[in-house]
Design a binder for this molecule. Sequence first.
Ligand code: MF3
Ligand code: CO
Length: 257
Amino acid sequence: MIEILTTPEVARARETGRLVAEILQSLTSRCGVGTNLLEIDRWTAQMIADAGARSCYVDYEPSFGRGPFGHHICTAVNDAVLHGKPHDRVLADGDLLTLDLAVSLGGVAADAAVSVIVGASRPAESVAMIRATESALQAGIAAARPGARIGDLSHAIGSVLGAAGYSINTDFGGHGIGSQMHQDPAVPNTGRPGRGLTLRPGLLLALEPWVMADTDQLVTDPDGWTLRSATGCRTAHSEHTIAITDDGAEILTLPGH
Ligand code: MF3
Ligand code: CO
């Protein structure tokens, strides 16, 4: 089912989006060499509770994970890219960390992800990969407006990732969002322009380009959740929740928005 939000519901989504962005911003500023992934999960749980919001992850039990996720945030390091389950691991200089967070506030969910490099070193491959997912995300957002079709967004995202030299795994991509975190329509990270659902004001989408340095194959960690690159190479992921407006799209997952 495609959910179209009313103007007051979009206003509530804006609040949720701002909260997600502000939690991610706080976490990225607190994370550094020596931070444990389980600490990140605890900080997140506290901030969600302080805001009177609800985690979309703790009880989440989709077909692609084993049992309820049981944590408040996805923490994916280096070869881990999606659904990174927080565990007892300490961050080191040069680690590529992806934080992916979805919460629900006032009955509306928002979802965002950011990749950062821990510490002072700036491995060129990691910098390039993060830049590619961020550029692809911006291209997808730029293509989003009433009358555009899902395939236009997918094509915009996939063109940037492809031009940067990455092959695209289409098992996981963006999605509709609203009263639930994961809803129709699917927004694949590559596709053909002019195909798929036509966008309308009030539709909320989570766009989430992600890449792996030298493969498009994933393997599942023994934890039953964390998805890693099959070759052990590094990975990156960027995500925003956007609302289709009367004349374009608004990024909801920005701080102080
Ligand atoms: N927020 C993720 C996404 O971008 C989904 C994470 S599901 C979890 O769609 F259960 F792993 F948290
Ligand atoms: Co998402």
